[in-house]
Design a protein around this ligand. Sequence first.
Ligand code: FAD
Length: 394
Amino acid sequence: PKARVVVIGGGYGGTIAAKYLQMSDPEIRVTLIEKDSAYVSCPLSNEVLGGERDLASLTFDYRGLTRRGIAVMQDTVVEIDPVQHFVTGASGNRYNYDKLIVSPGVDYDWAAIEGMSEAVAEKIPHAWKAGKQTQILRRQLEAMEDGGVFYIVAPPNPFRCPPGPYERAAQVAHYFSTHKPKSKIVILDAKDAFSKQALFQAGWEEHYGDMIEWVSGAQGGIIEAIDPETRTLMGSFEEFKGDVINLIPHQKAGALAQTAGLANESGWCPVDQRTFESSIHKDIHVIGDACIAGAMPKSGYSANSQGKVCAAAIVAAINGEAAPAPSYVNTCYSIIAPEHGISVAGVYRLEDGRIVDIPGAGGVSPADADARTRALEQQFALDWFRNITSDMFT
Ligand code: FAD
């Protein structure tokens, strides 16, 4: 082959980088290393909590990428050797690379809230990685009695999917309003503002009355500790005892990025935002949630866009050309009710080495949209999902 490129992580970023490298230059040998045999999408997983879909509809395998000629290896990468240019899998396999792309997603900063740990998350689920965690939370919500209180603890910035906790509140309210209408949902937030806030708050009220309450950080929403046995959350001013608790932990770049020394003191990976090459290690690119990407939010669509920009830059470098001028895009849909979708969109460019918003090119759904527009946006959310997962897996 002309060159060997190894991609670690078969999620929203990694699948796209692997596929677009392979399509752009079939003489490059592309290997995708993913620890799981199937991928479960976080996008639309809040609908599983709302009872509108099952996990099977969010689960994808890697056969489509194999058919394209990409070597898909099921293995967990445990070490990266940036000097000798190889990575090692838990299987003992060694994979040599000329260029490496790392898209490991996020990891959790358990120490930020006293009493939390990976083991406790089996009982107090985060459901911030779809699959088993989503199922645990759904079962707890199903088992909760009517009149119970469900707490969502929302993390500080930056974190994966800025509108996610607020869409989750709406989806669970959708379920409660039809199955346990006396119940309450309280969001305890580390922040004082959140994505699409006015649209969410108007939508919550329209469909669910006063079922959802949001407590900002300044109002006492910051959680410092938890007693998982009594399901009690300790805030700065008061304690909250819940029937079901969904604690979404503070986040940082995926574990591999930490052990490989790709993250800085912020917990995230600094990169050249034109090519996504690590500012720390040459010939290693970091994309998706794990990287620091200027104004782009940590979303599946951002990871997709970054995967394409990164693949184009690597193909150019391998062929002795300069990286093309990048353009980046993101849209995040949120489904508030079965016929009520909202969105935020952004188009970005590089300015002085930093990814910045192009003024006027993006925006959020209109505040005064009619019911037809809201229903259309809900359909667009489902179309977006079909398109992006077909981009990833076929
Ligand atoms: P991931 O998609 O998480 O992929 C990482 C992959 O790497 C995983 O498959 C993992 O198994 C693998 N991996 C990690 N470490 C290793 C290793 N050492 N060896 C081998 N494999 C490894 N985004 C949107 O755009 N739209 C939405 O509507 C949306 N909704 C969301 C709703 C929720 C509830 C949540 C939690 C997230 C949502 N997101 C949404 C965000 C989206 O899921 C992430 O931003 C996206 O998955 C990031 O892609 P990634 O490639 O960085 O990481």
